[in-house]
Design a protein. Structure first.
Length: 448
C-alpha cells in the first residue's frame, strides 16, 4: 500500500493522537511483509509504517500521530519535509537527477562546500569533499589524514561510534550489534580512554592527560596520523566530556603534528545549540565530518578541512559515484537556509532548557536516573541501579517501550544500552515537547 496522506511537513496537525494500538493493524500487516522480504539483520525500534511527518510529529498508516523525539537519529533537525528542502528538491528533480560530479559537475556541490567553509569551526581556508554516508565521510577523513601526514595510525576513544563499514567498525567501540562476527577489522586503529565524568570523576585536563599518556606510550605521536573524536558522544551515550578535555587534546595534537578530526556527524548542524559542537569550547579541528542533520533527510556527508590538508590527496583520490548527488546538495542548501533563517541553533538551546528542566525533575523523583546530560537538542538520562553506576538497560528499554505504546518516538543508546536519549526535531513546539515529557514521566512511574 502506498502513502494515503502524502502531505507532510510543518502543516501536519501537531498533535499526539492514537486511534489504534501501536503498532496498528495496517502496520502489523506491513511488518509481516517486512519479515518475509527484509533481512532480519535490519532492525526497527518502533515498527509503525510512516505515511507523513513534519514539525514534531510522525503519522502512520493506521492514522496514529506520534510525537517525534528521534528525528530519524538526529537527521531531520529542520523537521521532516521542511519547506525549503522540499522546494529545492522538487526544483532539482525537475532539472536533472544525477550526472556524477566526477564526470560533469554542477553548482550545487560547490555551493554546499562553500557553505561548509563558512559554517565549520575556524577562520582558515577550507575545502570539502562530499560523500553519501557518515561512515564514508569518516573513512575519507582517515584517508586524507594519512596522506597529509605520511603516517598510518588512527586513535579513537572508548564508547566511540563512527559507522559500520570495515574501517569504521574498527573505530567503533561497541561489539553488539555493530561488530559482532563481522571481523577481521582494519588495522592501525588504537583506542584511548574518553572523558566520562559520571564514571571517571576526572576533570577535563586530567582525563586528557590519561588519554594522551595512552597515545604517547602505546601508539607514539610519530606513528599517529589523526585523533578522531565525537565532541559529544552519540551512540556511545551522549557523554559530554569534562570541559578542558577537547582543548587539551587539540593542544597536544598541534604540538605533535597529529591531525584532530572532529566527527560531528551527530552533533553538527545546530543539534547542540551551535553550528558545530566544537564551537562550544572554541576548538578548531583540522578535519570535520558532517552528515545526518546537514541535508534535511537526504543522504549526504562531507569532510571539511584545512585547504592544504584536503589538497594533499592526489587528483582522483577522493570521490564516488553518488557522492554529493545533486538532489542531496539541493536539500542541504534548503536545510541550511532553514537553519539560518529560523535561527535553529538558538532554538536548540531553548529546547535544552525545557528538556533539562523536565529531566532534572524526573531525576529528583527517580533514583534510577544517575545523570542528566547532553547539550542543545541532544539530551539524555543514564539509568543505573540507585546510588551506583551499575547500568540498568532493562529500565531504559521498558521506559522507551512505554513511550512507544503511548505515541512518543524515543531511542536508547550507550555502551550498556542504559541511556534514554532525546533528539527532537528543532521545529517541534514547546507544547508537544511538554506533552512528550509528560509521557516520559508516566513511563518512569509505570516502570518503577
Ligand atoms: C551516525 C554516525 C556515523 C555514521 O553515519 P552513517 O551515515 O550511518 O554511516 C558516524 N559517526 C557518528 C558520530 C554518527 O553519529
Amino acid at each position: 500500500m502506498t502513502s494515503t496522506s502524502s502531505s507532510g511537513g510543518p502543516s501536519l496537525p501537531q498533535v499526539r493522537r492514537l486511534v489504534t494500538d501501536i503498532p496498528g493493524p495496517l502496520s502489523v500487516k506491513h511488518l509481516e511483509r517486512k519479515k518475509s522480504f527484509v533481512a532480519d539483520g535490519v532492525g526497527t525500534a518502533l515498527p509503525v509504517f510512516v505515511t507523513a511527518a513534519g514539525g514534531g510529529v510522525i503519522v502512520d498508516v493506521d492514522g496514529n500521530s506520534l510525537i517525534d523525539l528521534g528525528s530519524g537519529i538526529a537527521v531531520t533537525s529542520v523537521g521532516n519535509a521542511a519547506p525549503a528542502v522540499v522546494r529545492n528538491v522538487h526544483a532539482q528533480v525537475d532539472a536533472f537527477t544525477h550526472t556524477c560530479f566526477m564526470v560533469t559537475p554542477y553548482e550545487g556541490y560547490v555551493d554546499v562546500c562553500e557553505a561548509l567553509a563558512r559554517l565549520t569551526p575556524g577562520e582558515h581556508a577550507k575545502k570539502s569533499a562530499l560523500f553519501n554516508s557518515g561512515a564514508e565521510a569518516v573513512e575519507n577523513a582517515v584517508k586524507i589524514a594519512r596522506v597529509a601526514t605520511g603516517k598510518d595510525a588512527v586513535a579513537v576513544f572508548d564508547h566511540a561510534y563512527h559507522g559500520r563499514t570495515n574501517l569504521t567498525m574498527a573505530m567503533t567501540s561497541k561489539n553488539m550489534p555493530y561488530k559482532h562476527g563481522f571481523g577481521p577489522f582494519a588495522g592501525e586503529v588504537y583506542r584511548a580512554p574518553m572523558s566520562y565524568p559520571l564514571r571517571d570523576g576526572l576533570s577535563g585536563p586530567e582525563a586528557a592527560a590519561r588519554a594522551i599518556d595512552v597515545l604517547d606510550k602505546q601508539v607514539g605521536a610519530t606513528n599517529l596520523a589523526c585523533v578522531v573524536i565525537e565532541p559529544v558522544l552519540g551512540e556511545g551515550g551522549f557523554v559530554v566530556p569534562a570541559s578542558g578535555f577537547l582543548p587539551a587534546l587539540r593542544e597536544w595534537c598541534t604540538a605533535n603534528d597529529v591531525l584532530l578530526v572532529a566527527d560531528e556527524i551527530q552533533t553538527g548542524f545546530c543539534r547542540t545549540g551551535a553550528w558545530f559542537a566544537c564551537d562550544d569550547e572554541g576548538v578548531v579541528p583540522d578535519l570535520v565530518t558532517s552528515a545526518k542533520g546537514m541535508a534535511g533527510g537526504l543522504p549526504l556527508a562531507a569532510v571539511t578541512g584545512r585547504a592544504e590538508l584536503m589538497d594533499a590527496v592526489h587528483a582522483g583520490g577522493l570521490g564516488g559515484t553518488y557522492g554529493g548527488n545533486p538532489i542531496a546538495c539541493a536539500a542541504a542548501l534548503g536545510a541550511i537556509e532553514e537553519m539560518e533563517g529560523n535561527d535553529l541553533a538558538a532554538r536548540a538551546r531553548e529546547i535544552e532548557a525545557l528538556v533539562r528542566r523536565r529531566l532534572e525533575a524526573l531525576a529528583a523523583e527517580h533514583p534510577v536516573v544517575a545523570e542528566v546530560r547532553g547539550r542543545g537538542a541532544m539530551m539524555a538520562m543514564e539509568l543505573c541501579a540507585p546510588g551506583t553506576t551499575t547500568p540498568d538497560p532493562a529500565r531504559a528499554a521498558a521506559a522507551s517501550a512505554y513511550c512507544h505504546a503511548h505515541g512518543v518516538v524515543t531511542l536508547t543508546c550507550g555502551t550498556w544500552g542504559n541511556v534514554f536519549r532525546f533528539l527532537p526535531p528543532l521545529t517541534i513546539s514547546d507544547e508537544l515537547l511538554e506533552e512528550a515529557f509528560d509521557v516520559v514521566a508516566e513511563a518512569f512511574a509505570a516502570t518503577a
